[in-house]
Write a protein that binds this ligand. Structure first.
Ligand SMILES: Cc1cc2nc3c(=O)[nH]c(=O)nc-3n(C[C@H](O)[C@H](O)[C@H](O)COP(=O)(O)O)c2cc1C
Length: 346
């Protein structure tokens, strides 16, 4: 993040940020992990677009308790950045963008959820990629990949409910039959989506087992024919990957998930998590509040490549904030409690 919110900055919708500015970086939606402290952390390291974890639209719209549990935000989490316009090359000060992601199988609950959350975020994404069996059986996530008409109805209903210009995007996986991907993209564009994220794997391919297919993402970019920005997702681990993936696919920007868990500063060009990122994470997690198991997992991911095996095993055995904080202090890390971390919930 290049500055604080005290300065004048442009507040623009996600699709404009993605189409009009060079080098926009995106943090993926991640169940459990992409919560407020982590989103704020990555915004300190050149992440301009962040996502909430996937939230079940039906639960969110029905229950105040689900809303409190699933979503919180703060004034500071998005950050402001000096970005260069693609055309004209002017430098502008721009606010980062926060997108909420919902899973839904029906337009009514999606529109209800969008209506509730839209004042607090800059756009809403429909999950069309979750490959898990339970999700498929509930007709959400990757089930929607072969249901373009349902996607169209969901997108239209949300826009009709809040505002026809309100940004609604989709995040998809590719289909092994790319004609299906083409059909989904055409239908979604016709329904008015603001942008599309393409994870270059099919719903049967795991991230660990199959490398991302850049040629499938390129196919999706070409299918969109420049009508909306397309983001490339999958296997972005370094800043070098970002440039290469954009060149090879023609995507407007790239999105990272596991790469950012391992190194939240990857888009700033760090090859490993810098100590100050761990320090900032402790400050943000303790300031905003984050349940211990998640705090612990984040710290373990960030330090995994840097700790000798014995220390990694020791870190895994710790079972309290105090234990992890002692461990980090014994490594020479320090942090202050300064900085605004007031939370806003719905
Ligand atoms: C822990 C974890 C949680 C995830 N949760 C979500 C989610 O809530 N919504 C979603 O669309 N994708 C989710 N994904 C998929 C990622 O957003 C991304 O598409 C996938 O991991 C490929 O990107 P990567 O190679 O950069 O990890 C998740 C991935 C991980 C590793």
């Amino acid at each position: 993040m290049d500055g604080d919110l005290g300065e004048e900055c442009l507040i623009i919708p996600p699709q404009e940020l993605l189409s009009d500015y060079d080098s926009v970086n995106v943090a993926a939606p991640m169940v459990r992990y992409s919560k407020l402290p982590f989103r704020h952390l990555v915004s300190l390291y050149d992440v301009h677009v962040t996502h909430t974890p996937m939230i079940l639209a039906k639960e969110f719209s029905r229950s105040a308790e689900a809303r409190r549990f699933d979503f919180s935000t703060s004034k500071q989490e998005r950050g402001t950045f000096n970005l260069v316009e693609r055309n004209g090359k002017r430098r502008r000060r721009v606010r980062g963008v926060l997108i909420a992601q919902f899973a839904s199988s029906d337009s009514r609950s999606f529109a209800d959820a969008v209506e509730l959350i839209h004042p607090y975020v800059d756009g809403v994404d429909l999950n069309c990629g979750c490959p898990q069996d339970w999700a498929y059986q509930e007709c959400i996530g990757s089930f929607l990949l072969r249901q373009p008409d349902t996607v169209r109805d969901i997108v239209r209903a949300a826009k009709a409910r809040v505002d026809s210009n309100y940004p609604i995007s989709i995040k998809i996986r590719v289909d092994k039959d790319l004609k299906r991907t083409d059909q989904l993209i055409q239908t979604a564009i016709h329904a008015g989506v603001s942008h599309i994220t393409v994870h270059g794997r099919t719903r049967h391919q795991s991230s660990e087992g199959t490398p991302v297919s850049l040629s499938s993402i390129k196919f999706a970019v070409e299918a969109a024919r420049g009508a909306v920005p397309v983001l490339a997702n999958g296997d972005v681990w370094t800043r070098g990957d970002c440039e290469r993936f954009k060149q090879e696919t023609g995507a407007s920007a790239v999105m990272s998930a596991r790469g950012l868990l391992a190194n939240p500063a990857l888009f700033s060009g760090f090859t490993d998590t810098p100590p100050e990122a761990v320090e900032s994470f402790v400050r943000l997690a303790t300031g905003y509040g984050l349940i211990f198991p998640l705090f612990h997992r984040h710290i373990a991911y960030m330090l995994e490549s840097q700790l000798p095996r014995q220390e990694r095993l020791y870190l895994n055995t710790l079972c309290s904030y105090a234990g992890v904080i002692d461990f980090l202090q014994s490594m020479g890390l320090q942090w202050t409690t300064e900085g605004e971390t007031s939370v806003h919930s719905i």
